[in-house]
Design a protein around this ligand. Sequence first.
Ligand SMILES: NC(=O)c1ccc[n+]([C@@H]2O[C@H](COP(=O)([O-])OP(=O)(O)OC[C@H]3O[C@@H](n4cnc5c(N)ncnc54)[C@H](OP(=O)(O)O)[C@@H]3O)[C@@H](O)[C@H]2O)c1
Length: 259
Amino acid sequence: MAKPATLITGASGGIGLALAEIYAKNSHPLILVARSEDTLTEIAARLQKRYDIPVKPIALDLSAPGATAELYSQLAADQTPIDQLINNAGFANYGTFHSIPTDRQLDLIDLNIRVLTDLSQRFIPILLQFPNSRLVNVASTAAFFPGPHMAAYYASKAYVLSLSEALAEEYRTTHLAVCALCPGPTKTGFQDRAQMQRSRLMQGQFMTADQVAHAAYLGIQSGDPIIIPGTMNRFLTWLPRIMPRTALARIIAGAQEPV
Ligand SMILES: NC(=O)c1ccc[n+]([C@@H]2O[C@H](COP(=O)([O-])OP(=O)(O)OC[C@H]3O[C@@H](n4cnc5c(N)ncnc54)[C@H](OP(=O)(O)O)[C@@H]3O)[C@@H](O)[C@H]2O)c1
């Protein structure tokens, strides 16, 4: 049987692309999903040529009605072996809660929560067929805090973290390890898309997507249930253990307020 592939959503840029690079370098066949067809096709051809591995690009808007079912049936019909699923596609909205268009908030919940849950449910039975399989859900350090000025985004990532921790325990005695990847601020197209140029956070320190992917790859292969790249990020996510939630909300409000 062919070597099982890693399926990465949101692989046309940012953290997803950096993960695709490091997986390709380590000889994992890849299935890459995002909406930007030309970019994805170019990435697939480049990785395939450079690392001599099969890479299948699938251009798909995962939020479109029926898209997750379509992705699943396309891969199931081909009997494509998949031993790692990385639910990475996601985005944020920045601004005072009521000023953000409702459609954008509901789109965020749809991609960050519904699509991730749906793909996890559909693909776990396939992942369970392989030894050392992985379900990786990209959460964020935001998952640990209430997030004024990006309230729905922080709440969506709290869902991803909680879901992943629960699944890690449910499948603990199987071959499947479930990992929540929790990057801190990382320089990608994410900030422009979230329209967070005015956030004070933009003046702070960012990791690169390559640094995040490197730490993530090591953690994923070890099967760590929570992976937080960067020493400072690990320290920050420890604060909720010693501070009241109201104080945490005040700190994030200060970090995210417009300047
Ligand atoms: N950057 C940060 O500071 C940061 C920190 C913590 C966590 N994260 C999380 O990391 C993940 C990746 O973010 P990033 O920073 O790499 O952002 P990014 O550069 O904006 O990349 C997002 C990826 O998702 C894809 N995507 C967006 N909507 C999609 C849809 N409807 N269907 C299919 N693909 C879609 C985009 O490709 P197309 O536009 O081609 O579809 C792109 O490949 C997200 O879950 C994000 O919440 C980011």
